[in-house]
Design a protein around this ligand. Structure first.
Ligand SMILES: [Zn+2]
Length: 367
């Protein structure tokens, strides 16, 4: 089981230059290798096997950066390319652009080339970089790789991917008759509705930041493109975006932590978030994919405690069923926000669904 730790790092000016060079080289190599693959495919319809070594002679500057980063470029590209062969409708992988894509690269732990010591991190070619280690990495975690990235705001982060022992088998042999189960229903507004009160779920936490974002955006549109003011404003805007991202992530971590500590099982519907936001053209509430991330966080936090996330079949009629008497409605319009049943049950539509999901999970676990 993998576990990632993300820390802010503070490279020196010199290290910043080398980082920029590494980001650039990775992007350059990716595009070169992809281009060659596309040419080969057009000619023969086959996949070209190319490696970074084939490019180092022609482009000697590639030798100046971490070779493991370049090796990972090859792995990423091959994964993307295999996806294309599995699903040609998706199209070729895209070229990477300096502006559209994130500045990042991944390097691997090989023979102690990466080290963490107090508040510093040692990376190949870069030596020691100052790092704000705001939390401890548990002893049992074994470092596998590090992804270094530069945010549009100019801040640098290192994400340390570790391997932690799996505690899956703790779940075996457990009985679920009186397990604490939380049913979770996806909700377009407010992200999710729970079968029980879990305390505040406050989606308005970034409303304030959003207002500021709109204001900074307007200010940027009034600046002369390319001017000093424009560049300064663009950085301010990037900081604003980053703050919202951080607030959202922080919120999701805290919420999933609370649930993982309090419940034995969390039950969700087995829905494909990507397909959903594609075909339904929802607003940003789905596009920011908070719910997908939340589910992921919840799943690994539960697993680490030997607990489970249960997925209920997507054809289970969670919305149409009455959670009190079990009757299933033939039809339920999206506009019907209150579930009303002839048995006298009258409750919020999403709450009714969340309770049904919880009970379905209990049935599955006990079966
Ligand atoms: Zn009923």
């Amino acid at each position: 089981m993998n576990q990632a730790f993300r820390f802010r790092i503070y490279p020196t000016k010199e290290q910043e230059l080398l980082l920029a060079k590494t980001f650039g080289c990775c992007r350059f190599l990716y595009n070169q290798m992809l281009n060659a693959k596309i040419e080969e495919y057009k000619k023969t319809g086959k996949m070209l096997r190319n490696t970074p070594a084939m490019y180092k002679k022609e482009y000697p500057f590639l030798k100046e950066v971490d070779s493991l980063a370049l090796a990972n470029v090859q792995l990423h590209l091959e994964r993307a390319y295999r996806n294309f062969f599995g699903n040609p409708a998706a199209g070729f992988p895209k070229f990477k652009s300096k502006h559209r894509n994130k500045n990042s690269y991944t390097t691997n732990m090989v023979n102690g080339n990466i080290q963490v010591d107090g508040q510093r991190l040692k990376l190949p070619k870069l030596k020691w970089i100052r790092m704000k280690k705001h939390r401890e990495i548990p002893e049992y975690c074994c470092l596998k790789s590090v992804t270094v990235s530069r945010e549009p705001s100019g801040k640098y982060y290192a994400s340390l991917l570790c391997e932690a022992p799996d505690c899956e088998n703790q779940t075996a042999g457990k009985t679920y008759g009186d397990a604490r189960i939380l049913g979770i229903d996806y909700a377009m507004h407010g992200m999710a509705v729970f079968s029980e009160e879990t305390g505040e779920i406050n989606a308005g936490y970034y409303r304030k930041s959003e207002k500021k974002l709109a204001w900074e955006q307007r200010k940027l549109s009034r600046c002369v493109k390319g001017s000093q003011n424009y560049l300064r404003q663009r950085r301010r805007l990037a900081l604003c975006h980053e703050k919202i991202r951080n607030q959202r992530r922080d919120f999701l971590h805290k919420l999933s932590r609370k649930i993982a500590d309090r419940y034995d099982v969390a039950a969700v519907e087995d829905i494909n978030m990507k397909a959903m936001s594609r075909c339904m053209h929802f607003g940003k509430s789905v596009l920011d994919n908070s719910y997908g991330k939340f589910r992921e966080m919840l799943e690994y936090k539960l697993r680490r405690q030997g607990k489970r996330l249960v997925k209920v079949d997507r054809f289970f009629p969670s919305s149409k069923k009455c959670c009190k008497c079990g009757a299933v409605k033939k039809e339920l319009k999206l506009s019907e926000r209150i579930y009303i049943c002839p048995c006298g049950n009258r409750m919020d539509r999403d709450l009714n669904a969340a309770i049904n999901i919880r009970e379905e999970a209990r049935r599955m676990l006990c079966a």
